[in-house]
Design a protein around this ligand. Sequence first.
Ligand code: ZN
Length: 138
Amino acid sequence: MRQRIVNELGVKLYDIYGLTEIYGPGIGISCEYECGIHLCDDYLCFEIIDPKTGDVLPDGEIGELVITTLKKEGAPLIRYRNHDLTRIIPRKCECGSEYPRIDILVGRTDDMVKVKGVNIFPNQIDEVLDKIKGFSSE
Ligand SMILES: [Zn+2]
């Protein structure tokens, strides 16, 4: 769908990340290299945790994104768990930005289902269907 929009409208697309509880959309945006979303870590602190244990995971590992506001005064949030699953991309982006990046969201902690002990997210099924000729992820 993304490529179709680019081709048919002739526009450049950017991913913008955000959530209503924390400033709304715009706490992160992709760059021209399209390899993750740069996060505004001068206003927010980002961590990736194991959703079951709460342990902080090293960069590169997929877990739940946790956000702490650093400058928000009216309704500050400390280690806010938003249920989005992603990872912090460990290396610096080719664009030269110092802002850290998260990868594409792979799901949510609250939409995962277990089938015979295997964790499955609805978007994984979308990806498989999208590869079948005549089907789309929609
Ligand atoms: Zn970049």
